[in-house]
Design a protein around this ligand. Sequence first.
Ligand code: 4FN
Length: 276
Amino acid sequence: MTESKSPFWHVTVLTLFPEMFPGPLGHSLAGKALEKGTWTLEKLDIRSFTRDKHRSVDDTPFGGGPGMVMRPDVLDAAICDAKARQAAAGLTPGRIVYLSPRGRVLDQALVREIASEGCLTLLCGRYEGIDERVIEEHRLEEVSLGDFVLSGGEPAALCLIDAVVRLLPGVMGNVETAGEESFERGLLEYPHYTRPPVWNGRAVPEVLLSGHHEKVRAWRLEQAEKITQGRRPDLWSDYLASRPAPKVKKRRARRASAEPTKTTATPDGNGGSDEG
Ligand code: 4FN
């Protein structure tokens, strides 16, 4: 029962640890989609491109210092082979991403872009990283998951692939279609609750049990906004700048009221803050 469908997306992963892929992705919807042929994965073992008898992929850094650097000749052979295989499969070569803490930080906008492109090559570093000349020679695009230390780029590659695959047609099924989830609007999630209605003496907010869909929607939006404003001022200001201008109420703001106009954000809404 292996249906063959033309894949929506291809990724080639260059790594010293090909056995790490698809790894955890094989246990989720992404794994199901991989079996269905919604996307394809090619793993290239960087070590297989060595030509010396010791199969060495790294060498000491010029200028001295700690650690080792991945060799440009080996990486070049791996990248060229990735390109050749993609061409042979009739794929339009897409961008080549080097997962690196120096890169542009991955966000949902970049994930969407990558998902729309059809073909991606990911290079995973180890040791102290790769010879800089490879980045220049192959115009590698550096992409980072965030500011923390990893021992290799592989976990970052897995995260990126997961983020992309869940956007491919047919992968998510009915869950959160059409991007109505709050994160798609640039907001953090509102609080979620399930049964039982009272647990350990904690009751679920009344409005959620009311069956009043409009009130539920309004409550969730308000919660998502409060949480975003309080925890992620960066997301909050993007949201304020991008959301449609609020309808102007008939009653105009009083010009010179006794109270001075607040310019500081308050936790209960847009207390005096700029709405973009
Ligand atoms: N990391 C920092 C500064 C200097 C080095 C590192 C670091 C793995 C090959 C890169 C890390 C984090 C997010 C790839 C970190 C990522 C990596 C990533 C990554 C081995 C060289 C290395 C940011 C803390 C200041 C090791 C910080 N997203 N070097 O982690 O690949 O994609």
